[in-house]
Design a protein. Structure first.
Length: 555
């Protein structure tokens, strides 16, 4: 039997007995009078228990135990939260709805820690001033403008690709922005200083500059780019939901680093050098040639290298083993340094011996690694959707969700269809509520999966996970109140964790078992809905008059 919180119980009352609503509800969320479902004697199944139609009331009981595969008995579910099944008083079925729907109250807020954020802003801002000032002084305003214009072209595409990977459970925007800026300025400034120092020292000891490119640069650059994602793993591990988040944070840091480095190469080594020797036309030719090599052919290089560290960070974030938590980031960082050094070695051999070294290495090594990385990223992205399908059914058994809502979390196309449906039946508030509902459900699956894995080693982390679980359940109940029960095509229904109790137009309430496919059975035909897109004209005669409600009748 699972120890998941059961809806409708107050603190200290986990046996499903009567309890006062907790916490107090706002006026628009006050539960309607209990509606007792009655089934006719000829239909066979007994009537389900009376259930309040208000939002779920979270208990303050002990920590939830890991989910077990045994389904909870229907009798253990004292009542479903607001929106389970029909989720609204049956009298609101059909189109006779209030003209203005309440905006959802979304209690889920990420805690803000201003001191680390302020320190990050100071470090990033100071590094940005130093790096931009150095570039302006070194290559001049014109070359800087040319290099910046060329270096910015691939940035939107690369950033959009990483944000696309993060659609299931988006990360806080402020951390994403800081990751990009960290790679752009502090990491590049550190790499510039260390590489310049070792280049001068190697000239003194009569060693070739290729040592800096193949040994020093990969080490210091990958370490600098990964510094902020590693800090997130150390101080904000709960923000990392897996490998996808590690790839996103490290990839954005690599994109920022590549942007500033391309400004230096295209503006300085390209336009500035060509303009100084042969004039602006030659400078433009050099910029074009470097653009083909550094952006079109190898614009993915820095994000690819740093993403190897991101894989290690993501593995460490979801592992309960202290050995894995230490070794996975180190292994990912070493792999990133190795790939980076191999890339620089190919470029060095191409310049010193033959350009075919770079071509062979590019086709035989870098392209396969790049394509393999795309496959890994797509696989771990889809796994986040599969995780919801694995974890959330226990909450459906406990009465917090219905099987169709769990099934709608499996893919991004299903989630989009759910948002379109919510907008059709409840307008923009419904769409916003569905979006927050999906985020909370995804986060709930991650929190419960972390409990099952034993990620919370100390009591503070365990209490934090329990509190977050309760908060997320409250978000689910609150947001569902906005869109559940407003679709005229669905008859009044209640899901008790085992079966649907549906009231048909003849006034008889019947028990309908959950089908093999996770869909709500609707064996009646009702008028079609309004068009989902305002650009298309509505169907003739729409809107239809409110559908009559037939209360259950005892036979």
């Amino acid at each position: 039997m699972s120890d998941l919180p059961t809806p409708g119980t107050a603190p200290g009352d986990r046996d499903g007995g009567p309890a006062a609503p907790w916490p107090p509800l706002p006026e628009w969320q006050q539960p309607a009078p209990a509606h007792t479902w009655q089934a006719p004697e000829s239909s066979g199944p007994p009537a389900p228990p009376s259930t309040p139609d208000g939002p779920a009331h979270l208990p303050a009981g002990p920590a939830p135990a890991p989910i077990t595969p045994e389904p909870a008995a229907p009798a253990s579910v004292p009542g479903a939260p607001l929106g389970a099944g029909r989720g609204m008083p049956p009298s609101t079925a059909g189109l006779g709805l209030p003209p203005v729907l309440p905006e959802p109250s979304l209690p889920l807020k990420r805690p803000r820690r201003w001191l680390p954020l302020l320190l990050a802003i100071v470090v990033v801002g100071g590094s940005a001033l130093g790096m931009l000032g150095y570039l302006g002084w070194k290559i001049g305003p014109l070359a800087f403008a040319v290099g910046l214009s060329a270096a910015l072209l691939p940035v939107p595409v690369l950033v959009a690709a990483f944000l696309w990977l993060d659609r299931y459970e988006p990360e806080p925007p402020r951390l994403l922005v800081i990751s990009f800026l960290w790679g752009a300025f502090p990491a590049t400034l550190l790499a510039l200083g260390v590489n310049s120092f070792f280049s001068g020292w190697l000239n003194v000891v009569t060693l070739p500059d290729a040592v800096v490119a193949t040994v020093v640069a990969p080490f210091i650059e990958e370490l600098g780019k990964a510094a902020f994602p590693l800090w997130i793993l150390w101080r904000r591990r709960r923000e990392l939901s897996g490998i996808t988040d590690g790839i996103v944070y490290c990839g954005l840091s690599g994109v920022g680093f590549a942007m500033v480095e391309n400004i230096l190469y295209l503006g300085g080594h390209g336009f500035y050098s060509g303009n100084e020797q042969w004039g602006p036309y030659s400078g433009a030719q050099l910029v074009f040639g470097m653009f083909l090599v550094r952006i079109l052919m190898s614009g993915f290089a820095h994000p690819l290298f740093t993403s190897m560290t991101g894989i290690g960070i993501g593995i460490a974030a979801r592992s309960a083993s202290s050995w894995v938590r230490w070794c996975a980031p180190v292994g990912g960082l070493l792999l990133a340094m190795t790939l980076h050094g191999s890339w620089n070695l190919m470029a060095t051999l191409a310049a010193e011996i033959s350009p075919y070294f770079f071509l062979y290495g590019y086709i035989a090594v870098m392209v396969p690694v790049f394509l393999s990385m795309i496959g890994v990223a797509l696989w771990v992205r889809a796994r986040e959707g599969r995780l919801a399908l694995q974890v959330l059914p226990a909450y459906a058994t406990a009465g917090w969700l219905t099987p169709p809502e769990v099934a709608a979390m499996g893919t991004l196309s299903r989630r989009h269809a759910a948002r379109v449906w919510a907008r059709r039946v409840a307008g923009d508030p419904g769409r916003k509520a569905m979006k927050e509902f999906q985020f909370a459900a995804t986060r709930l699956a991650l929190v419960r999966d972390g409990m099952n894995r034993g990620l919370d080693e100390n009591p503070v982390d365990r209490d934090r996970s329990i509190a977050e679980e309760r908060e997320l359940l409250q978000v689910l109940s609150t947001t569902r109140a906005v869109f559940v029960g407003r679709d005229p095509q669905v008859p009044p229904a209640f899901f008790d964790g085992a079966a649907y109790r549906m009231t048909f137009p003849d006034g008889v309430t019947r028990t309908v078992p959950v089908p093999a496919e996770p869909v709500v059975p609707v064996p009646v035909l009702l008028p079609p809905p309004a068009p989902a897109y305002p650009a298309y004209p509505p169907m003739p005669g729409y809107p239809y008059p409110p559908q009559p409600y037939y209360p259950p009748q005892a036979v």
